[in-house]
Design a binder for this molecule. Structure first.
Ligand code: CS2
Ligand code: MG
Length: 408
């Protein structure tokens, strides 16, 4: 059998998604997520204009060869656009292979290594009271781990904080349909560094020590600020501090490690194993944060996580709403199968998205399971997808109080 049809679907049920669908000469279909938040059309064009014609006529079973063909063939390599495109092809081919085998994908990856996949929710609030209310809501839903983000006095809207009011919120979508250019937010690290340790102290005081607490620094601290912050929050026993400083400056994490034992997670903006090479071989991180969608797919992600396992580093796969249900399903199959699983991020998609993507993964008491349908277990309703037209959306740009552009 061979690859016969390659389709790219762009849909926007509340936010933009790019989905690749491959159909074989025997009519078997596979899906891949190619969503790159704020740059969706770049990946869609890369797939439609440059990759699709390379795939038609190829043997769909030759997944590794196709991956190498798409990675080395174009000469230019790595980067978020290329690796999201390769990821979508890879996911779709694994989906097809598992459907042909009549088994859920995790069975082809070695079978289940656990009963379920522990997930963490996003609890946020403009102040501690709103954050506390959100944490309580997620605990009541059965979550055993929450990421906590809160407003900072003196600053307006900042990353990660839903200002839609207290309680369980699944509707924080950072990409804004802001017209020709991104919305702008203002940031001050000094306010943040002095405010946050008290928030963690209040959380531990109110919720005790069992709850796993995660926090995302979102690239905004300098290495020495990250070292200070990681040291200041050590007493609050975080499950991880994420993106404490821009991770592409890999050796900067040596400074953070010298000052703190707070576990570190990095990598959601990375797209290849080479972005992690120093971080992993020097054990400068504890969790690999990449999404299957942004790192070249299941083939590449399995290799990356097996490499990390040698150094005692675990998975913490990225799972915000800008990873589609297809990308989330791919993550869950890997999460269930690998030995060095850490935790899975889970921001549930909205109802409209779940009308477009029919999923089979299930949530129970803080754990997800990918389900046992053959393949990834997700199908795309193309008619429903067509009802939601693409609308340009940008992630915000961050500036310091003096107007200097900063990491968002
Ligand atoms: C965040 C993401 O989930 C996270 O850890 O860093 O929500 C990130 O802001 C978005 O994926 C950007 O599109
Ligand atoms: Mg993050």
């Amino acid at each position: 059998m061979t690859i016969e049809i390659v389709d790219v679907t762009i849909t926007s049920p509340g936010r933009n998604f790019v989905t690749l669908k491959i159909t074989t000469s025997d009519g078997i279909t596979g899906l891949g997520d190619a969503t790159l938040n704020g740059r969706e059309l770049a990946v869609a064009a890369y797939l439609s204009e440059h990759v699709a014609s390379m795939l038609v006529g190829r043997d769909e079973d030759r997944i590794e060869d196709t991956w190498q063909y798409l990675y080395r063939g174009p000469y230019w390599r790595r980067g978020p656009v290329t690796m999201a495109a390769i990821a979508a092809v890879d996911m779709a081919l694994w989906d097809i292979k598992a459907k042909k085998a009549g088994m859920p994908l995790y069975q082809l990856l070695g079978g289940a290594s656990r009963e379920g996949v522990r997930v963490y929710a996003h609890a946020s609030g403009t102040d501690y009271a709103a954050l506390s209310n959100a944490i309580t809501g997620y605990k009541e839903l059965g979550y055993t781990a929450v990421r906590v983000q809160t407003g900072v006095p003196g600053l307006g809207q900042i990353y990660g904080v839903s200002n839609a009011g207290p309680g369980v919120r699944y509707d924080y979508e950072p990409a804004k349909r802001s017209g020709a250019r991104p919305a702008e937010e203002t940031w001050d690290t000094r306010n943040y560094l002095s405010h946050m340790p008290g928030i963690f102290a209040q959380i531990r005081e109110e919720f005790g020590t069992d709850l796993r607490i995660l926090h995302d620094g979102h690239h905004r601290m300098s290495p020495i600020e990250a070292a200070r912050f990681a040291k200041d929050i050590e007493p609050y026993d975080l499950f991880w501090l994420e993106d404490c400083t821009p991770g592409e400056d890999q050796t900067a994490l040596r400074l953070v490690r010298q000052h703190s034992t707070t576990p570190l997670a990095i990598g959601e903006v990375f797209n290849s194993v080479y972005d992690y090479q120093t971080l992993i071989t020097e054990r400068l991180i504890d969790y690999v944060r990449s999404a299957v969608t942004h790192t070249g797919g299941i083939t590449a992600m399995k290799k990356l996580l097996d490499f990390a396992a040698i150094y005692g580093i675990k998975s913490g796969i990225h799972g915000p709403t800008d990873i589609s249900p297809v990308g989330m399903a791919a993550a869950l199959h890997l999460d269930l199968a690998i030995h060095n699983f850490g935790i899975q991020e889970y921001m549930p998609h909205n109802e409209k998205t779940l009308e477009v993507f029919q999923t089979s993964f299930t949530f129970d008491e803080g754990f997800l399971h990918p389900g046992d349908l053959p393949g990834l277990g997700v199908e795309l309703d193309e008619e429903a997808a067509a009802a939601h037209e693409y609308t340009k959306a940008y992630l915000p740009v961050n500036r310091l109080l003096d107007g200097t552009v900063h990491d968002w």
